[in-house]
Design a protein around this ligand. Structure first.
Ligand SMILES: Nc1ncnc2c1ncn2[C@@H]1O[C@H](COP(=O)(O)OP(=O)(O)OP(=O)(O)O)[C@@H](O)[C@H]1O
Length: 371
């Protein structure tokens, strides 16, 4: 084993990214007691990268892919001892590094394979893949069977200096692999930072506070192209709009708001038991949309309670569930979006429009996760 935080190592080595601050801060202990012995038993050479601060994993991987010596068609194999935030940083480091690299897109396609040890707080990706314990993760590590980890690009609308919106012009802001939200969920994650020492309970405490002072969030969500919806009668996903029947630059469906709760996800569960988008799949090219428009405290508590009971809320009459590939959000007042636990301020009106789209499979870099 070699240990380092900088410079970034050669990509052919297995990289173990350890976030000592994730979850209940058990990463180092788990690494030494379980992961390191397993890697050494199997004779796997690896390099340990222990993160020292927020943003460290992102800058490490950004630097790694920018290095001219990095073979661009190589496979990067990464073991993560951390939560979703650590995976988010790695994905963003790699993609933003490639976005900024002076290489042509054609030869800029490292394959990235990630094995996740769920030692964060929510562990949404791992939970959605049925990886609930360190033992589960060790099994996946040894087998190393991967499936695609699809990525969502979040872009901001471009406008002129005088504020004139440039239609259909977008500036990438971030890449997400777990959840994007607006309204109650975003406020809950935002306020939960203040309760981090409580572990998983921080989300419940923060959610209750935000339900007590419940707000409705004025915005519209435009869905483009083909759209599926969950049908409460047949309990199945059915076609809502055939995208080929709608002009490309026109929304196929509009949710007018105001929203109490709006979530756009790539993972079914956000933590064990809490399954807000049960039809979301880590590997498909859909963005799952859970929309609850303009409901009161009693109704949202009922919905969240059922979502925490393995996703039973989808049969609630106030819940709308869609699958789309491209969506745009426009808020009436200045607002905030939660993108994989980070926060993005959005301006009111067309200038603040945000676009979310699942990256095509052949994008610059393909991500895979041990499953
Ligand atoms: N050494 C460090 N000290 C403080 N913060 C760190 C350190 N290393 C990484 N971080 C930050 O810790 C934060 C939390 O990490 P992570 O998201 O992996 O865990 P979590 O929030 O407990 O889990 P989850 O995202 O699954 O709920 C991230 O914002 C990351 O940038």
């Amino acid at each position: 084993m070699t240990t380092s935080s900088a410079p970034a190592p050669a990509p052919s080595t297995l990289l173990v990214v350890l976030n000592p601050n994730a979850g209940r801060k058990q990463g180092r202990e788990q690494f030494m007691q379980r992961v390191q012995p397993a890697l050494e038993r199997s004779g796997t050479a690896f390099r340990l990268l222990e993160t020292t601060s927020q943003g460290h994993a992102q800058s490490l991987f950004q630097d790694l892919v920018r290095q001219p010596s990095t073979p661009r068609n190589d496979t990067l194999r990464i073991v993560v001892l951390g939560g979703d935030g650590t995976v988010h940083e790695i994905v963003n480091g790699i993609l933003r590094g490639l976005d900024a690299a002076p290489h042509g897109a054609d030869d800029s396609r490292p394959r990235v394979e990630i094995a996740i040890f769920p030692i964060g707080t929510g562990n949404a990706i791992a939970t959605s893949l049925g990886i609930l314990t360190v033992e589960d993760a060790l099994e996946r590590l040894i087998a190393w069977n991967t499936i695609p980890l699809r990525v969502v690009k979040v872009s901001k609308c471009l406008h002129e200096g005088d504020g004139t919106v440039l239609s259909h012009s977008w500036k990438p802001h971030a890449y997400t692999v777990v959840v994007n939200s607006f309204g109650l969920h975003c406020a809950t994650v935002h306020d939960s930072e203040g309760y981090r020492s409580m572990g998983n309970a921080r989300f419940k405490v923060s959610a209750l506070k935000n339900v007590l002072w419940l707000k409705q969030y004025e915005a519209r969500l435009d869905l483009y192209g083909t759209v599926q919806r969950y049908d409460r009668t047949s309990h199945e996903l059915v076609s809502a709009v055939d995208g080929s029947t709608v002009p490309q630059d026109e929304p196929s469906m509009v949710l007018a708001g105001p929203f109490t709760y709006l979530m756009l996800t790539k993972q079914a569960s956000l933590e064990p038991g809490f399954t807000p988008t049960p039809f979301a799949r880590t590997s498909d090219d859909w963005l799952d949309i859970l929309a609850v428009q303009n409901v009161g405290r009693g109704q949202i508590l009922q919905i969240l309670g059922a979502a925490a009971n393995n996703g039973q809320h989808v049969d609630n009459e106030h819940v709308e569930y869609y699958k789309a590939k491209v969506v745009e959000l426009e808020t009436l007042a200045p607002g905030r979006l939660c993108i994989d636990g980070e926060f993005m301020d959005v301006e009111a009106g067309p200038r603040g429009r945000v676009r979310l789209e699942v990256l095509p499979e052949d994008h610059q870099s393909q991500f895979f996760v041990c499953s």
